[in-house]
Design a protein around this ligand. Sequence first.
Ligand SMILES: *Cc1c(COP(=O)(O)O)cnc(C)c1O
Length: 245
Amino acid sequence: MSTTTDRAADLQRRLERVRHRIAAAALGRTEPELIVVTKYFPASDVALLAGLGVRDVGENKAQEAEAKAAELAGSDLRWHFIGQLQTNKAKSVVRYASAVHSVDRPGLVAALGKAMAAENRRRTEAGEPERAPVDCYLQLDLRAGEDLEPGRGGARPADMLELAAAVSADPGLSLAGLMAVAPLGGDPAEAFGRLQELSADLTARYPQAAGISAGMSQDLEAAVAHGATHLRIGSDVLGPRPAVG
Ligand SMILES: *Cc1c(COP(=O)(O)O)cnc(C)c1O
């Protein structure tokens, strides 16, 4: 019991520190939304975070996310799926996720659209209301260079508008904006500056798609400086990730 209390105090302290960093970085601008990335940590931690006022949580593995969302069903948490997603997991993700931040290829857009249609049929047959469209962030690969192998860290910026068109044409999906991870070893400010320019290109055609999901524990200040609307923070709130066994 006292370990639960200790853990709650630990999470509260870390959460407050991160919230202060965000406020300081935003300097009076609109503060971005904080998504607390709870991957590898137990559902009990997510429940403690909910008790501390966290509403948005991020997960990057379909199986783990599904299990935690099921365990915490009935809470008013919003689940953000932020990891690489296989098309055969789309069906389970649309059951609980309000947003997918890793939309990176046409095949995944099609799978999510199909899964949404099936999910809403299922709900209608069960006498439940349809769910809101899934917020889709297009994940872009910000590494420089022309001949990157596709499919690992997001779509090529050159393919952004084609992906955007596919998302916006699907009634089950809502084009929310862009997402990126700063490339390893590069300058995050440079990467997020590029992302902000790409966001301007996107919103010129899709004004509603103004979301920018960028910034992790190490680089949240650079992301805020470049217009991030959503930060995905894991270790600075939860502590070092437990070793994966
Ligand atoms: C794990 C993860 C994060 C959070 O990273 P931290 O360094 O723990 O803050 C953010 N975005 C994605 C895509 C992740 O996989």
